[in-house]
Design a protein around this ligand. Structure first.
Ligand code: ATP
Length: 455
């Protein structure tokens, strides 16, 4: 059976005819003879859709429509109203009161089924969007961290969210710049409109221009219809320009004009398009230096960084590491449906010793992988695959008690890496330093490579 539909009509012949038609198309049906009965039925069980006659005794269709939002579970119930031929005004009134569509009597069977199908499809899409949105919002607004340096950035970001000023987010890769951009959007009055992300590094200059400004029909070969750009799509909302330091100079000039005038031309267009957008930009480059070197326009730099927020690297906020690690462990364990997972105390120790060059993204990935690979609920240190060269103290390898064999392998790799570095990559010289046969060293290196590939 498809969805259950509530038919509300005081004319028993019409109600029966509708019941037959809907049941023949595999819909479930409920029937109410007037508005009062309809509301009673909805209180008990909300149907998927309501076919509502407007002209009824006791409570008119219009009054039913107006009372629906008071029944919480029925707030979004799609309603198709039915009116007598010629009473278009009543239908318009009903649409204003939230009806999805209207049908005029006598009802056409095919049209009836089509309108119902469309209404149900739209309702399903609305639910899906709401569901995805809440998932994304939840994912992006949980900023974890209690250390003073992240707290102060968070407070500044919350203050910035209230204004429309440009925000420049600085910080190493993986420190949470995009997360902060999304959070600022969520905390701002613009949250009801979209936040659109544009990655300035991923595209060629022409593609990026097209992506930002869109194009008019016929702007270039293949442009067979008008295409809105991302700046236009974000109207009323926020544009997040990621990796702004990589934006080509020619586009920097065009972007500056948009920021000054809030207007632009689509590619190949003559009409001016106005937009109301807030810009948040991010980079892990030193923009000031880029300005000095002539790679970034100074005027654009000043426009963008009305408020600058610098995100600290993870190694500068070690107190947050256990919190973040547990947060990611819970998230990945939940996704993998593995409950009750925890870190072995030594695993936490190993994580505390590491300097996390890839910051929070790296921590997230390391934990995601460990959750998948861990044979038990306890995550052992040897499942945390990290770059030994980035342990805060290389000598830490002697006291972070990895399992014996893994520990020895790490020592061996570290020693060989060091010797190769000192010998500038020359294996013969490195072998001499290590007092090993060159062929034996070559074999060790090969074995290590193989083992790394296995991991
Ligand atoms: N404070 C935090 N709390 C929880 N998760 C975080 C935090 N900071 C970052 N993350 C998560 O770490 C990952 C990387 O963050 P994000 O993509 O925002 O970093 P980024 O600085 O924009 O990186 P890049 O410069 O490489 O684009 C994301 O999954 C993000 O949700």
């Amino acid at each position: 059976m498809k969805a259950r539909i509530l038919i509300v009509d005081d004319d028993p012949d019409i109600a029966t005819m509708l019941e037959d038609r809907l049941q023949a198309s595999d819909y479930g049906t409920l029937v109410a003879q007037d508005g009062v009965q309809a509301l009673e039925l909805i209180e008990q069980e909300v149907p998927k859709l309501m076919l509502l006659d407007l002209d009824m005794p006791r409570l008119t269709g219009l009054e039913v429509l107006k009372r629906l939002p008071k029944i919480r579970a029925a707030e979004d119930l799609p309603v198709i109203v039915m009116t007598a031929h010629g009473s278009i005004e009543a239908a318009v009134e009903a649409m204003k009161s939230g009806a999805y569509d209207f049908l005029t009597k006598p009802l056409d069977k095919d049209h009836l089924l089509l309108v119902i199908q469309k209404a149900l499809e739209r309702d399903a899409l609305k639910r899906q969007v709401a569901c995805l949105k809440s998932e994304i919002d939840g994912r992006y607004t949980s900023i974890i961290g209690t250390s003073p340096n992240i707290r102060s950035v968070m407070e500044a970001a919350q203050r910035a969210a209230k204004s429309d000023a440009g925000v420049l987010l600085l910080g190493e890769s993986g420190t949470g710049k995009e997360l902060f951009a999304r959070s600022i959007h969520q905390w701002s009055p613009r949250r009801v409109n979209p936040m659109i992300v544009i990655n300035c590094v991923a595209l060629t200059e022409t593609l990026l221009e097209n992506e930002l400004f869109g194009h008019e029909r016929g702007a270039f070969t293949g442009a067979d219809r008008l295409q809105k750009g991302k700046l236009e799509m974000a109207d009323g909302g926020t544009v997040f320009l990621d990796e702004i330091g990589d934006m080509p100079m020619a586009l920097q000039a065009k972007l500056l004009r948009v920021l000054q005038d809030r207007e632009f031309h689509r590619v190949g267009g003559t009409r001016l398009v106005s937009v109301n957008i807030r810009i948040i930009a991010a980079t892990n480059k030193d923009l000031k230096q880029a300005v000095k070197n002539g790679h970034f326009r100074e005027d654009l730099y000043f426009r963008l960084n009305v408020i600058t927020l610098t995100l600290p690297p993870l190694r500068d906020r070690p107190d947050d590491l256990p919190l973040l690690a547990k947060f990611f462990l819970n998230r990945h364990a939940k996704e993998a449906k593995r409950y009750g997972m925890m870190f072995h105390p030594e695993a936490m120790n190993v994580m505390m010793q590491y300097t996390w060059p890839g910051n929070i993204r790296e921590l997230d990935n390391v934990i995601a992988r460990a959750v998948i690979l861990s044979p038990t609920e306890i995550i052992e240190p040897d499942l945390l695959v990290m770059d030994a060269a980035a342990l805060s103290h290389p000598e830490a390898l002697t006291y972070v008690s990895l399992p014996y064999h893994r520990s020895m392998e790490e020592h061996s790799r570290h020693i060989i890496d060091q010797a190769l570095k000192q010998a500038e990559g020359n294996q013969t010289k490195a072998a001499e330093r290590l007092r090993l046969q060159r062929t034996y060293l070559a074999r060790l290196i090969k074995q290590q490579k193989l083992r790394q590939e296995e991991v």
